[in-house]
Design a protein around this ligand. Structure first.
Ligand code: SAM
Length: 350
């Protein structure tokens, strides 16, 4: 696994949970492969293994945030939706036209787009157009949603879009624990939306979207794991995953479940970063980041894809600095980049 470096999101998980995270990616790889994509994939992985600074490959998976606006305020998420300060990204949404620009430039090399970040993608109609456009361009699309959406055509919209994976964020199996994590969200509304989707999928004999219940385990919902598993089975959700939430240090003693290793312990097994060779995170306003670690601070952006084009940023000074740091973590830092503080890559703040 270390050789493959499958990423921080699976650290600390048992083999089965890791497989559940990777399965949709493997499916996308097989379903959407072309000679061009495979050729690029091999180049990207060779670049990663040899820790090259300048890449002759494109990313093969992208995380694109259609919006950072959300209908809920989950515990500690995006600092629970506070007003942005000077120098921080405002709230907003990506236009369909801008999304198309990204797909038109990088799409021929992509197996997958994860079309979500810190907002709720199903709040806005353009998300469905984006999913459809990427799907028509032979790219598998996954989104993550709290499914707290009150519109009668939701099921139809999801199915018509061609969505491949729906991560269903539901961090509790009773309304009480759900509210503790997900604020004013309604578990019933979310579950009814999922039930309606699965019912329609079964009627139409559709295999997609794969429904993937993501349950962040805390001290307040850890007892509900068996109940959540039972509910998932009854409803017909394809898979349920229990994961360690990413919580600020000050919250760990109150919130952290003892069923899992502490995140700080898990990070000790991190084997450096693969994002800067394989992937990237694009904010709704085009701000390009190597990953989703700190998307608020505008000075973190490596560039703007709408202004500069993706490939003009991918090998720029910041990216080269980041890759140099990964190749040699002890070297002096030449330019200021967010990666130099990343514990996942094994760096301490300096
Ligand atoms: C911030 S949410 C935004 C997308 C969408 N609104 C949703 O709820 O799925 C993105 C992902 O982060 C996950 N998530 C939420 N809180 C988390 C936490 N404290 N640690 C790790 N993942 C978390 C959610 O389950 C979701 O898959």
């Amino acid at each position: 696994m270390a050789f493959m470096n499958v990423g921080l999101s699976t650290l600390g998980m048992d083999k089965m949970s890791r497989f559940k995270v990777l399965k949709p990616h493997i499916v996308a790889f097989i379903k959407h492969m072309t000679l061009k994509k495979i050729n690029n994939f091999i180049r990207a992985e060779i670049n990663r293994i040899f820790k090259r600074k300048v890449l002759n490959s494109y990313p093969y998976i992208l995380k694109i945030e259609s919006t950072n606006i959300c209908n809920l305020k989950c515990g500690f998420c995006y600092n629970s939706r506070r007003t942005p300060r000077t120098g921080e990204r405002a709230y907003g949404r990506m236009s369909f036209e801008n999304f198309k620009k990204i797909v038109d430039e990088v799409g021929p090399y992509l197996f997958k787009i994860n079309l979500y970040g810190f907002g709720e993608p199903l709040l806005f109609d353009e998300t469905f157009d984006m999913v459809k456009y990427a799907t028509q361009n032979n790219i598998g699309v996954g989104i993550s949603s709290n499914m707290n959406i009150n519109r009668p055509d939701l099921t139809q919209k999801i199915i018509d879009s061609g969505l491949e994976v729906l991560i269903f964020s539901c961090h509790g199996a009773t309304q009480e624990s759900y509210s503790r994590f997900m604020g004013k969200g309604s578990m019933n509304l979310a579950l009814n939306n999922i039930k309606a989707l699965i019912k329609e999928q079964r009627r139409l004999k559709l295999k997609t979207p794969l429904t993937d219940w993501q349950f962040c385990v805390t001290r307040f919902n850890e007892d509900e794991i068996p109940l959540a598993e039972k509910k998932a089975k009854e409803i017909g959700i394809n898979q349920i995953r229990f994961l360690i939430p990413d919580l600020p240090e000050k919250a760990e003693s109150e919130w952290f479940s003892n069923l899992f290793p502490k995140r700080s312990d898990v990070l000790k097994d991190a084997v450096g970063c693969s994002w800067v060779y394989r992937s990237a995170y694009i904010n709704y306003d085009g701000g390009l980041l190597p990953c989703c670690r700190d998307t608020r601070l505008l000075t973190n952006d490596f560039g703007n894809v709408f202004r500069d084009g993706f490939m003009n940023i991918w090998n720029n000074q910041k990216y080269q600095g980041s890759r140099e740091l990964i190749a040699n973590p002890t070297q002096p830092i030449k330019c200021k980049i967010m990666c130099q503080k990343c514990p996942a890559a094994g760096f301490k703040e300096r």
